[in-house]
Design a protein around this ligand. Structure first.
Ligand code: PXG
Length: 441
């Protein structure tokens, strides 16, 4: 591939990198310059196996022709159309395809540009929905400890990752949190853990504390990704649904990671057969190629807004790029790629092999737990005393040198490869990690 720019710029100072150890990075930059299928190419010409689908987003792998062509064609045809009070066909088409793919109760799609914006959108819709129905006192939002719902103020308020919250002031008020579901007794579980369904009952305690009539919504990741792959105990999501329904509280599933085949089904709601009132998604919606997210809602939520004079705007919310033409084209081509190649089924078929491969690392030095579901896996490492995160970060750097890309969060190594991964590539991931862990301090 001809590259007309220097592979590594001379000056790395201006770009303030997101969620990155900037000073460490700039001393020894790790740059990707190309990608294809399951691999990245580094600036120094090495191939790196993508064990993380970018950042959990390139579910169909890289540089897929259908998606590339759709974007090129759309850019040359209708580059942009105003998103407010005007439309263009592809956004409607994508919304239809998306709700067709999603579990039946989801009938409408509101487009955003990211997972974070999907979360803000869903939280605002929840509060406005209750108000539209004459329950304007329902404004409280319930999240969960260790939850990740993006980085905007609503998302970090309902989120439960302390470093993402503690330096950003007082956040939203009227927020409470459920306990996280990560129990030591579930260590080494393959798939969904046995213990912990009772943790959903904490919602009853929160209801008793605040009064159900003040609570708008509960938001959880059906499977918590960013915090280190925390799986829902058997019966937990069902119980959360039951208690939310009983008290008229909306249940929002944040499926930014679990959507689009990650668990071997369209969404986790389908996988667990628990239906929320709203689903937030992003990432895999466009295979990570173009920023786009969406909030899926039931007809009951959407229809509650469709009242009053018809010339009035029903929901005062939206983004310049909500459903933008190029994003919509990428979304349609992505969904078509998933369908055509049966990638969700492929993920489901590969899941048992993935599970056994990962769990073969049990007994490897430093590993204190292994968790998995669908094509997601995590190895939890014993932290170096007094130096949390250092060991996992060292593993990440070593793995990268040895040609595989993994993610770390705290002392947890997380993996979420593209759904096109082949069995020998699963072996390569696991065997490389085995070597890395064996040589790590
Ligand atoms: N909700 C969930 C459940 C997420 O996982 C977001 C919201 C925010 O999405 P945006 O598009 O605003 O980043 C996310 C994002 C990681 C990692 O490796 C996870 C995310 C993003 C980047 C890295 O854990 N999740």
């Amino acid at each position: 591939m001809a590259l007309d720019r220097p592979q590594i710029p001379n000056d790395l100072r201006a770009f303030w990198m997101p969620f990155t150890a900037n000073r460490q990075f700039k001393q020894a930059p790790r740059m990707f310059v190309a990608a294809e299928g399951m691999h990245y190419t580094t600036a120094d010409g090495r191939q790196v196996l993508d064990g993380t689908a970018g950042l959990w987003c390139c579910n169909a792998g890289h540089r897929r022709p259908r998606i590339v062509e759709a974007i090129q064609k759309q850019a040359a045809e209708l580059d942009y159309a105003p998103a407010f009070q005007m439309g263009h066909p592809l956004a409607f088409e994508l919304a239809n395809k998306l709700v067709d793919m999603a579990p039946a109760p989801m009938e409408h799609a509101f487009f955003t540009n990211s997972g974070s914006e999907s979360v803000e959108t869903a939280l605002k819709i929840a509060i406005a929905y209750h108000r539209a129905r004459g329950e304007g006192a329902r404004t409280r939002l319930i999240g969960r400890e260790r939850g990740y719902h993006g980085v905007n103020f609503g998302g970090i308020s309902v989120g439960g990752i302390v470093n993402n919250r503690k330096v950003f002031g007082s956040l939203l008020n009227g927020v409470d949190h459920l306990p996280h579901t990560h129990l030591a007794e579930n260590a080494w579980t393959k798939g969904q853990p046995e213990h912990g369904a009772h943790l959903a009952e904490d919602l009853e305690r929160i209801v008793a504390l605040h009064g159900a009539e003040t609570i708008a919504a509960v938001i959880v990741e059906p499977m918590a990704g960013s915090t280190g792959v925390l799986l829902p105990p058997k019966g937990y999501l069902e119980k959360l649904r039951e208690i939310s329904t009983k008290h008229g509280i909306l249940l929002i599933f944040d499926e930014v990671i679990t959507g689009f085949g990650r668990l071997g089904s369209s969404f986790a709601a389908e996988h667990f057969n628990v239906m929320p009132d709203m689903i937030t998604c992003a990432k895999g919606l466009t295979n990570g190629v173009i920023p786009m997210g969406a909030v899926l809602t039931t007809a009951a939520i959407h229809d509650a807004f469709m009242q009053g004079p018809e010339h009035l705007i029903e929901l005062f919310h939206g983004y310049t790029y909500s459903g933008a033409p190029i994003c919509s084209a990428a979304g349609l081509a992505t969904l078509e790629t998933y369908r055509e190649e049966g990638l969700f089924e492929r993920a489901a078929d590969l899941a048992p092999y993935w599970q056994e491969a990962l769990h073969s690392l049990r007994g490897t030095r430093h590993v204190i737990d292994i968790r998995n579901m669908g094509l997601i896996g995590a190895l939890e490492l014993e932290p170096i005393p007094g130096e949390p995160t250092r060991r996992a970060f060292a593993a990440f750097l070593k793995a990268y040198e040895k040609g595989i890309l993994v993610r770390t969060t705290g002392d947890i190594i997380a993996m979420s490869p593209p759904l096109i991964i082949e069995k020998p590539q699963i072996d390569q991931l696991v065997e490389t990690l085995r070597e890395v862990l064996a040589t790590l301090d």
